[in-house]
Design a protein around this ligand. Structure first.
Ligand code: ZN
Length: 241
């Protein structure tokens, strides 16, 4: 009887340890990928022959987001959308469409402010209001964040750290936000791309015309596929860190 008790306890102990190790492994990999080390993620390190890229879209949702979703769907590619709360107010349905199509959603603040003009409390509020709007529409709270204007002042670093948000930057910027033509966007992406790259594109803000981005997108995807690339979301990237 005693022996049975001991071996049962041992089994429980082993199961418990295994479970605990699993949990701690998970959380430590999350810490690595996040901002706890003031770590701004611009790309990920993968071997030369692991041809993966991440497509990211900023400043939506907007009406053109729907056309972008159509292209992504046709090409069976998943992307990550860093959305702005003020634009969720305009197009809540489109945010839902992004999410239900299986794409990833990240936080890009509520008002797209110049972070250095806000104190820590104001900045935290701006980020959390957007988080709440995303939660209301799709029921998730993203742990990935993109900084407006690629500005990383101390207040932003501290707040994102406090909120446990991983700051996601990019290493490929074809400057579609300057409304350059389709050929320039495609050529710049293909010139600068590497395995593990993060590509920055824009589906917003809604008041600006992103037709060139839309037209470039299909060709970018086709050319990258021709070069053997696969498309991952940012979360799938972070799992590799
Ligand atoms: Zn932006």
């Amino acid at each position: 009887m005693k022996r049975i008790f001991i071996s049962t306890s041992l089994i429980f102990f082993l199961i418990g340890s295994f479970y605990f190790l699993n949990i701690s492994q998970k959380s430590s990999s999350k810490v690595l990928g996040a901002v706890q080390n003031n770590n701004i993620i611009r790309n990920i390190k993968v071997s030369e022959n692991e041809k993966v890229v991440a497509l990211t879209f900023d400043d939506g949702p907007a009406l053109i987001t729907r056309d972008i979703l159509t292209v992504l769907d046709q090409e069976k590619v998943k992307a990550t959308f860093f959305v702005v709360g003020n634009n969720i107010d305009l197009y809540p349905d489109i945010l839902q469409e992004i999410y239900s199509a299986g794409h990833e959603i990240g936080n890009h603040t509520n008002t797209h402010p110049f972070a250095f003009l806000l104190d820590k409390q104001e900045l935290a509020k701006d980020i959390l209001i957007n988080e709440e709007k995303i939660y209301e529409q799709v029921g998730i709270r993203p742990n990935i964040f993109r900084a407006p204007y690629a500005l990383y002042p101390q207040n932003l670093m501290e707040i994102t750290d406090m909120l446990g948000l991983a700051i996601i930057s990019w290493d490929v910027d074809p400057e579609d936000w300057k409304m350059v033509n389709k050929e320039i966007i495609v050529n710049r992406v293909m010139r600068d791309i590497n395995p593990g790259s993060i590509i920055l594109l824009h589906d917003g803000p809604p008041e600006l015309d992103r037709t060139n981005t839309l037209e470039a997108l299909k060709q970018i995807i086709i050319e990258l596929k021709d070069h053997g690339y696969q498309f991952l979301t940012i979360s799938e990237y972070l799992e590799k860190i």
